[in-house]
Design a protein around this ligand. Structure first.
Ligand code: EPU
Length: 427
């Protein structure tokens, strides 16, 4: 398993290009199952989860081609899907494989998708995906760890999500587009990734209104066609680089990002004293400059447009360097604090109180061997290591490779010292 060896204490300066959003690209790739025609997707990030989704589609006998290496675009054609199945081997490495359930069921009338197990950040059930599909007329059974779903043709219905779910909203949206009649989804997720998916589906011929609001209306159509779509920028990668700039800048310029999706992160960083500026000539550029002194701020994670749970670990790393007490509360996942213990091993002053971490700063951090527990936790540890004395070794960086494109190369280009150590590779 690869490790990162990070020598801390270097100032970051320069320009970084933000990649396409993993969490928008994954449902877009699954949506290609809805039509026999080719779907062209651009601005695809080259990260492990995308490769897993490409493998899953290939497993179903879809054509998945990319004009370049590493792939930044895909042509996906689901003309001949002979296996409407997402096997355990792939689902266990990526829960988002479950996004194929809705499109497979809607187009082929049946789907067999392995139930994802629990994961490091919480139990993460898919009961709401199943309830909503049943409301649309699907017959669903659980068999040997698999969800077996059948429906001759799904029927539009009204469904209110009892709890907001991002992939749940995406799964049902991609099912409802081919259902007979009107579907109304209430208490839908508002994330920009939902809006991006709806834009792709509309280009494919779907009839959708209200994406990005709590109520989404879908008028089902008998079939969809091919389309071309550019994936939105990754707001979590951008947020991570904003925190990097705030902690270890210098001054960073982020290009190809979408500041309009970063409202609560930018507001929170400004509250901490960070100077973040938009560019009047080019709205896809943000500049961040580290302040002389970071000040503490409280955070509660919330669904969009609130402060994203996917930015919580990175903010905790920043809070260790901010003056005062920051109370960071996680409300989306029940177990997303494992990085706190690793930060403490680096010298952070953190007390865990239920689902909150109380961080008192600033404390000097010292390099230590630490272990990444999930994708965003790894990002938090990388950020802490950038400002730590001496060398930090981060184990299990495959977690970070799932969702960040070449993070060590991007940070090294800005002045960081990060070495990837791959066992078995000659030193
Ligand atoms: N939930 C249920 N039942 C369901 C679905 C969700 O109880 O059927 C609960 C979850 O257990 C959780 C809450 O609802 O407590 C919200 O979960 P949600 O379904 O919104 O999460 P997700 O769709 O599985 C996506 C992102 C995550 C991100 C969350 C929250 C993708 C592929 N994943 O997950 O991204 O943290 O929304 O914003 O879009 C990441 O990129 O590192 C990541 C984990």
């Amino acid at each position: 398993m690869d490790q990162f060896k990070i020598r801390g204490g270097r100032k970051l300066n320069g320009e970084v290009r933000i990649s396409g959003a993993k969490n928008a690209a994954l449902p877009a790739m699954a949506a290609a199952l809805l039509t026999p025609e080719p779907v062209h997707l651009k601005n695809i990030p080259h990260v492990r989860d995308i490769i897993t989704m490409a493998k899953l589609l290939a497993h179903m006998r879809c054509r998945v081609e990319s004009p370049d290496i590493p792939p930044s675009a895909f042509v996906i054609q689901a003309e001949t899907v002979s296996l409407a199945e997402a096997p355990y081997e792939l689902v266990k490495t990526m829960r988002a494989s479950v996004l194929t359930l809705g499109p497979l069921l809607a187009r082929f009338g049946h789907a067999r998708v392995s139930l994802p197990g629990g994961c490091a950040i919480g139990a993460r059930p898919i009961d709401l995906h199943i309830q909503a599909l049943e409301k649309l007329g699907a017959t669903i059974s659980l068999d040997h760890g698999y969800v077996e779903a059948r429906a001759k043709r799904l029927r539009g219905a009204r469904f209110r999500f009892p709890k907001i779910t991002v992939t749940g909203t995406e799964n049902i949206l991609t099912a409802a587009v081919l259902a007979e009649g009107e579907t109304i989804l209430e208490n839908a997720a508002l994330e920009p990734e939902i809006v991006d998916l709806a834009e792709l589906l509309v280009k494919m011929g779907a009839k959708i209104e209200g994406a990005g609001t709590p109520t989404i209306r879908v008028e089902g159509v008998p079939e969809l066609h091919g389309a071309e779509h550019t994936i939105i920028p990754d707001r979590i990668e951008a947020g991570t680089f904003l925190v990097a700039g705030a902690m270890a800048g210098g001054e960073l310029t982020l290009t190809h990002c979408a500041p309009q999706h970063l409202g609560s992160v930018i507001a929170k960083l400004r509250e901490c004293g960070v100077d973040i500026r938009c560019n009047a000539d080019d709205p896809s550029i943000l500049r961040v400059r580290a302040p002389k002194r970071l000040v503490a701020a409280d955070v509660i994670t919330e669904e969009y447009p609130g402060f994203a749970t996917d930015m919580q670990a990175q903010f905790m790393a920043l809070a260790t360097q901010a003056e005062g007490v920051s109370r960071i509360c996680e409300t989306i996942f029940e177990n997303r604090m494992l990085h706190a213990v690793e930060l403490m091993r680096m010298g952070a002053n953190i007390k865990i109180e239920g689902n909150c971490a109380v961080v008192t700063g600033p404390t000097p951090l010292t390099g230590a061997p630490v272990t990444a527990s999930d994708l965003r936790a790894s990002a938090g540890l990388v950020l802490a290591a950038l400002v730590a004395n001496n060398t930090t070794t981060i184990d299990r960086v495959y977690h970070i490779d799932r969702g960040y494109e070449r993070i060590e190369e991007k940070l090294c280009d800005l002045g960081a010292s990060i070495e990837r150590i791959s066992p078995g590779r000659d030193a």
